[in-house]
Design a protein around this ligand. Structure first.
Ligand SMILES: [Zn+2]
Length: 166
């Protein structure tokens, strides 16, 4: 979407599925080629373990249907990098990607919107007995075992936002 890895001070990672999508676009594919050859951009596939973790979380969050393979891989790669002790920031304007990123505790930044200034904070509740689970660390109600639902609690300044070059 116009992101130039060379303009960022961070190490940039992407996945093969994304570079494949950009292949037919002159500008982006040129930037990918230059950035990769200069070592600024690293193309890496995520581990199967992280892919499964992202798919499972997306399923729980209900975002699975709208997550493309490329989106899933990007999120999974972010998990791998986090596991290595890095602090990855997923760059995506896709709200499903952002919601799943929140769900797996990975920071994100929207590109086209110049960063999300607001984000949803979800509260979880049991649709059967209406008990609330504000932390979101449960997936089913402790009392009746029903799968929890979520709703936006309030908007707040996005804590995961960083101010990079856009
Ligand atoms: Zn319940």
């Amino acid at each position: 979407m116009g992101l130039d890895p060379l303009g960022l001070e961070f190490e940039i990672y992407s996945v093969p599925e994304v570079t494949e999508e950009l292949k037919d676009q002159a500008g982006p594919s040129y930037r990918v080629a230059i950035s990769t050859s200069s070592g600024k951009l690293k193309i890496q596939s995520p581990t199967a373990q992280s892919l499964k973790q992202v798919r499972d979380k997306a399923k729980v969050l209900g975002d699975r249907v709208v997550l493309s393979d490329a989106d899933t891989s990007v999120l999974a790669l972010a998990l791998d990098l986090a596991r290595e002790g890095r602090k990855p920031i997923v760059v995506s304007d896709d709200y499903a990607v952002q919601n799943v990123a929140e769900g797996i505790d990975i920071a994100y930044q929207a590109l086209a919107t110049l960063g999300i200034r607001q984000k949803f904070e979800w509260t979880y509740y049991c649709p059967a007995c209406f008990r609330r689970y504000p932390g979101g660390e449960q997936e089913v109600c402790q009392v009746c075992g029903t799968k929890l639902k979520r709703k936006p609690l309030r908007k707040q300044a996005a804590r995961n936002r960083y101010s990079g070059k856009n």
